[in-house]
Design a protein around this ligand. Structure first.
Ligand code: FAD
Length: 515
């Protein structure tokens, strides 16, 4: 068995092993090679899975092997072997593979399937301390839906979310983790007390604002460049039982954005988002089916009169104590808004149903074969002062006029003061900026046209001087990355040389030269 493992390692992971007169002399140590050898897979199914992602656009970043770790020591061993090798091998953590541009791939390297840790790792453990209050220690490989289930069992829940919960904790913390709660609580990266991280040198550290803080700030929003997150200690709060969920429709973009900006400036709501309705089928979309058939036909006639309808979406949480006052409170919060009269719609659902709202749409699309399709997504942050210019130039003159966009367009403002500038994540430099998500679904024929439109959008913004920042960024040149990070580029580079000097980690982001 040992000799066949050695031969497998020799064949597929040559850079890790020096072959000398038939014997194997690993750079790090034979034992650790053998320990991980049993957890490496080289078969076509594993390699195919690890070569692509939700985007279905990048498919040719084929790794040499996939590691299915059962313990974090397996990842430490793999990275240490690579780090100590004269020709380090690229390594990418793959959370749930819900990137859209191959960010979790490692061509000719090793992809670490983080989800296989879930059988033997941290899981989700809820605790309390006088200094932190309630918090959860969560494995980096955990899906947010599982974190929600585990914490709800204790009457608690994290405070900041993504719209979709089948994403891993490590994957979203490597970006930011944005949804309609962020205006109040900040993105998910602003709600982390502590992390366990394996750096690109194979060193394991616990880090926080107070211990190993440089690593802590580097990793949050760090696009997987500085280390693999194996545990996150995240903020919890008492979970509300139910939520009042309201949608209001506007035909006037300036009234829509004015009301959104007002709502994120006051205290009281728990979630504020917005999206666009541009064709008859867009009232109920994959992100949630909300409207009754009767509502849908009213909305269709509104859409007949105006080319674009803007849907403002808010939520207020409540529980047994506030059940008798919630309606009045909500009414007061929404007083004076300028939505189209008669176009306010309300729902009353459990917290789970609200937070997990995208799942039913996903299952429906899956059953129709429409989920595993190309997704040429473009996510942008736009400074508040330039949102009208963006709306006219991009939403009206490109997206609506060309009518090739299939999918959903999100548009909502958020508060920059809830972000911590010491973290790697990048935002525009205004107090309020808009998150715009072009969440497009294509097929093998039409996705390229949508992607060309994305390039036109970026070109338009550049020419018009709109200071956009890409969220879940994708660039192909070093110059673009330098421009993306702006003032943060030098610190980003310094942190790379500190924590991953051999540039081993997350090569699929294409920021540094792949090894
Ligand atoms: P992967 O795609 O597997 O990995 C992403 C990157 O993180 C890669 O570079 C990878 O190497 C790195 N990585 C993965 N795990 C770790 C780890 N443990 N430690 C260090 N690095 C790691 N984002 C939002 O902010 N808000 C949303 O509402 C939202 N909704 C979405 C809905 C859908 C349907 C999809 C497909 C995506 C959505 N996203 C959203 C984007 C999503 O947050 C990111 O793509 C995220 O990276 C996906 O998590 P993942 O676990 O699939 O990561």
């Amino acid at each position: 068995i040992i000799s066949s493992l050695i031969s497998i390692l020799g064949r597929y992971l040559k850079p890790l092993i020096n072959m000398k007169s038939g014997s194997v002399i690993p750079d790090h140590g034979t034992l650790s090679s053998l320990r991980i050898a049993t957890k490496l897979q080289f078969g076509s199914d594993a390699l195919k899975m690890a070569s692509t992602d939700f985007g279905k656009i990048i498919t040719s970043n084929i790794p040499s092997a996939v590691l299915f770790p059962s313990h974090i020591a397996d990842i430490v061993n793999l990275i240490t072997l690579s780090y100590n090798s004269t020709t380090p091998i690229p390594i990418a953590a793959r959370g749930h593979g819900h990137s859209v541009r191959g960010q979790a791939t490692a061509r000719d390297g090793v992809v670490v399937d983080m989800k296989s840790l879930s059988y033997n790792n941290v899981g989700t453990r809820v605790s309390w301390s006088t200094s932190l209050g309630f918090y959860a220690d969560v494995g980096g490989e955990q899906l947010w839906i599982d974190v929600l289930r585990a914490t709800l069992n204790r009457g608690l829940a994290p405070v900041s979310w993504t719209d979709y919960l089948y994403l891993t904790v490590g994957g979203t913390l490597s970006n930011a983790g944005m949804s309609g709660q962020a205006f109040h609580y900040g993105p998910q990266i602003s709600n982390v007390h502590e992390l366990d991280v394996i750096t690109g040198k194979g060193e394991f550290f616990t880090c926080s604002k107070h211990i190993n803080s440089e690593l802590f700030y580097a990793v949050l929003g760090g696009l997987g460049q500085f280390g693999i997150i194996t545990r996150a200690r995240i903020v919890l709060d008492k979970a509300p039982k139910r939520v009042k969920w309201v949608r209001m429709l506007y035909h006037d973009f300036s009234a829509f954005t004015r009301d959104q900006e007002h709502l994120i400036s006051i205290f009281g709501l728990d979630y504020v988002e917005g999206h666009l309705l541009m064709n008859q089928s867009s009232a109920n979309n994959w992100r949630s089916s909300f409207f009754s058939p009767n509502d849908v036909s009213n909305i269709a006639s509104l859409l007949g009169q105006h080319k674009i309808i803007y849907c403002l979406e808010v939520v207020k949480y409540y529980d047994d104590l506030t059940v008798h006052t919630i309606d009045k409170e909500l009414q007061k919060l929404l007083e004076g808004l300028s939505f189209n009269p008669g176009f306010m719609f309300k729902k009353d659902v459990t917290l789970m149903d609200f937070l997990n709202r995208v799942r039913s749409g996903e299952l429906q699309l899956q059953s129709q074969g429409l989920w595993d399709v190309p997704h040429p997504w473009l996510n942008l942050f736009i400074p508040k002062s330039q949102i009208f210019e963006f709306h006219e130039g991009v939403i009206v003159n490109m997206i609506h006029a060309r009518n090739i966009t299939r999918g959903l367009v999100l548009l909502y403002p958020t508060n920059r003061k809830r972000w911590d500038d010491r973290m790697s994540a990048v935002t525009p430099d205004e107090d309020i900026f808009y998150s715009v998500g072009l969440l497009l679904s294509g097929d093998n024929e039409n996705w390229k046209a949508m992607d060309d439109q994305n390039n036109d959008i970026l070109e338009f913004c550049e020419k018009a001087g709109i200071r956009v920042k890409q969220y879940l960024p994708h660039y192909t040149t070093r110059k673009e990355w330098i421009n993306h990070f702006g003032e943060k580029w030098s610190i980003f580079q310094e942190r790379k040389s500190l924590f991953d000097p051999k540039m081993i980690l997350s090569p699929g982001q294409r920021i540094f030269q792949s090894v």
